[in-house]
Design a protein around this ligand. Structure first.
Ligand code: FDA
Length: 305
């Protein structure tokens, strides 16, 4: 049943017609629990509140799968504005983005041009940029672009997904680049030909990747709401004397906020991923797919209103 719900929401996340409708009707149906408003102003307020609680942030202007150069240019300008606002407002925030919104599906030249522009601006203001990882079809391309950019910029990192069979090899290959990596379980619908179908294998792979990357001496963001993985990381750090400034925990805005504060209180760096923007629909559907219990929570909220 849970798997059917998951597939249903992942299917909805890719529906272009529903995306258009969602943009038109605004942040309704409980999406506001996971998305910090439709504008940068809304995001700035949320970031400030989180910073006041001692939490670090990475903001993400939502949008994916753009199909024209103009759209990619528009998304790039949004990133530039976000970087400037982070600087002006003195926020403790990084920026996350998706290469498809910078033109990945249009051409490599375009995405490189847009990323160079963003990274130069970000470097000037000391803002770190993380390239989110999208579906398997785009994983190899994303890694290759990251490698090219990392040769010239030290303020860029990317994400690797524990559910993919290829990731262990990727982490080993990338080690030569001393990358700052965010490790996650993986949020897209992938076939058993490329990804572990069983949660237990994904969890084992996640732990293995965390250990590999930390013992290679590289900075690691462990992005999960899963206590089992968090406790594993804490123990690993003690056993291997890994300093606390070599890793951080990350969670999504609106998910387990109390746990976020608790980890901060324990002295760990805790970064919250704060998405904002009009294009919130695909992101919201992926969150529902991860945890169908969220659907009940949101329905209750709608009934209460
Ligand atoms: P999982 O979903 O297995 O949940 C494990 C446990 O966490 C649950 O059993 C429960 O105890 C607890 N939990 C989870 N959700 C909860 C909730 N709503 N309320 C209370 N408890 C809850 N993916 C991707 O493919 N590319 C990317 O670039 C990113 N980027 C990214 C950034 C950040 C900061 C995060 C946190 C996640 C991502 N992801 C991602 C998403 C990631 O791949 C994954 O889909 C989600 O984090 C969910 O997986 P968990 O590791 O939380 O475990």
């Amino acid at each position: 049943m849970e798997q059917t719900m998951r597939n249903f929401f992942l299917f909805l996340s890719q529906n272009k017609m529903l995306t258009k409708l969602a943009k038109h009707y605004g942040l309704r149906f409980g999406a506001a629990r996971f998305v910090a408003g439709e504008t940068i102003d809304g995001a700035v307020d949320v970031v400030r509140e989180l910073n006041d609680q001692g939490l670090d942030v990475t903001i993400d202007h939502l949008g994916e799968f753009v199909t024209t150069e103009e759209e990619a240019g528009y998304m790039t300008e949004h990133c530039i504005q976000a970087i400037r606002r982070i600087h002006q407002e003195k926020l403790s925030s990084q920026l996350s983005l998706k290469l498809t919104s910078m033109g990945l599906d249009i051409s490599t030249e375009l995405v490189m041009k847009n990323m160079e522009y963003i990274l130069k601006e970000a470097k000037q203001y000391n803002v770190f940029i993380t390239i989110d990882m999208e579906d398997y079809q785009r994983c190899g391309k994303t890694i290759n672009i990251f490698k090219e950019l990392k040769k010239r910029y030290d303020n860029v990192g990317t994400v690797l997904q524990a559910y993919l069979y290829r990731t262990e090899q990727d982490i080993k290959t990338l080690s030569g680049y001393a990358p700052n990596l965010r490790l996650v379980k993986g949020a897209y619908k992938e076939s058993a030909a490329v990804a572990f179908p069983d949660k237990i294998d994904v969890d084992d792979s996640f732990k293995n990747l965390i250990k590999l990357h930390l013992l290679n001496g590289h900075y690691t963001a462990i992005a999960t709401h899963d206590d089992q993985i968090i406790e594993y990381t804490k123990k690993l750090a003690v056993i291997h004397d890994i300093p606390r400034d070599q890793f951080e925990f990350q969670m999504l805005f609106g998910i387990r906020p109390e746990r976020q504060k608790q980890l901060r209180k324990e002295g760990y760096t805790m970064r919250v991923y704060v998405p904002y923007g009009k294009d919130w629909y695909g992101y919201f559907m992926r969150r529902l797919a991860e945890r169908p219990a969220n659907v009940a929570f949101i329905l209750k909220g709608i009934v209460k209103k």
